[in-house]
Design a protein around this ligand. Sequence first.
Ligand code: FES
Ligand code: FE2
Length: 447
Amino acid sequence: MTTQAEPRPVQPGTDTSGVPFRITDPGRVPSQRYVSPEFSRLEKEKLWPHVWQMACRLEEIPRPGDFTEYKIGDQSILVVRESEDSVKAYFNACRHRATALGVGSGTFHGGQIVCPYHGWRWNLDGSNSYVYAQRGFKPGCLDADFLKLRECQVGTLFGMVFINMDPAAPPLHEAMAGIAEALAPIGFERMRVRWWRHVVLPANWKIAQEAFMEAYHVMQAHPSLAMGMSDEDFDVDSFAGEFECFPGGHAHSLPLSEMKVPVQGMSAAEYFVQYNNALYFGTDAYATEREMFIQQGLLERDIEPEQFPAAFFQALYDYAAGAGIALPPPAQNTSGYGHIFPNITVLPAYGNSIIYRVRPNGDNPESCIFEVWAVQIPAEGDEPGQPELEGPIPVDDWPQILKEDFYNILAQQQGLRTQGSDELVLSESYEAMIVNNHRTIDEYLAR
Ligand code: FES
Ligand SMILES: [Fe+2]
């Protein structure tokens, strides 16, 4: 895979000329893509039923028989733990008269999926095990194949379960080529959920996630992280990074060539400590009590300011080794950010990560369901239990940094609707991930 600092071109052989509001110039995104009901209908028809999407995390269904329901548009899919090492995904509809077989999450006891209406039953592998008073049905009309639950493709990666409703879609490992390798060093599969919260935002699903797909906004939007960073301080090498964009629409930021303090007049120690504090108090996810505890210990010692970040990492790795915490190797490619097409963005650091998933909320192009997971690699034997979704949490009740992002999302959606906005102008350096995502959406809509 070649490294690209700018968005890749549309896949050869794909003709997007029939796509309304398509991307013709990688630096410009038509505003209608975020407000038009027609565009949102096309996504519902041509994107969501054909794309691999994260349906749940594996810890949501730890034991055989556990299930969770994933909804996208008007589709409902049951993700079911069949055995320790197998997960299945079924369209949530009874083969008799289509009744939904599971709501929310729970457990199919005794390994049986039972329809609440007339009591038909299925094994966890989707085969039918019982039809009540079968003699009343015409002979031959209920053959085993007909009775099988209709399946979706399913696969696991990074501790997440992905589904695809399209039986003709390429398998998960092919669809994730590039990004699977790029994010592998981070150790997502070893992370467990600390908390999982959601908010319903009056904004298009794409605009909401784009707030987390670039760091260019930090200077203005997040004063606690910017710490007075100037225009000159914000350069590609020291802060914004470069991206590697993959044909599947995925992308990730490339490791920085060198760690620099991007604020003039601050020592490495001052910057590092303030940045960690801002992340801890402002996100409750990206830095956690574990890192704050280690940092506090070091602050009580006499450490050369320029040596502080290195001393911190040394102390963190020493602590992790003692506590049986399998941290990723201390390499620069284990932080940064990544995007898994079409709607997952991850921001890992220190064996923690924030994970965002954004979905359209029904048919309204200007409403989305925004979920946030805070995950972390736990100490041995200290795995948290099954995660539970909290919320919807009002925008004002989120930690400061997320609140700042959410307010910008709301303001942006409002502006998009006005006659003052016909297209957005994007930097191919800072906002390449966003353009790559739009390009790939067009490729789906062109099919
Ligand atoms: S609808 Fe499910 S058993 Fe009748
Ligand atoms: Fe932000």
